[in-house]
Design a protein around this ligand. Structure first.
Ligand code: ZN
Length: 88
């Protein structure tokens, strides 16, 4: 009694994706404006100067890219280790 009629709403999907893209764009703009000034000229982990390109792309950054990646990796490991039976 049921054919292949479950995939008949591409319009809605398009609209949802469009809305999400716009919301993301606005969110990034607002975040950049409100977070500018939180960032630092020097990495808080290794004290190396943060490149101007990075400061511009992520004005809220308080670490250089390497330290930020290491930090995120550490956070990910810490939060992952609370799971049962990790799959490392
Ligand atoms: Zn660093």
């Amino acid at each position: 009694m049921q054919g292949q009629a479950s995939w008949n709403m591409p319009d809605d999907i398009d609209r949802i994706i469009e809305d999400e893209e716009r919301a993301y764009e606005i969110g990034v703009k607002v975040a950049r404006r409100s977070l500018a000034g939180y960032g630092r000229a020097h990495c808080e982990s290794c004290e190396q100067p943060i490149p101007p390109a990075r400061q511009k792309a992520a004005p809220w950054a308080t670490r250089c890219r390497d330290c930020q990646e290491a930090y995120e990796e550490r956070v990910r490991r810490n939060s992952g280790s609370t799971r049962l039976g990790g799959d490392e």
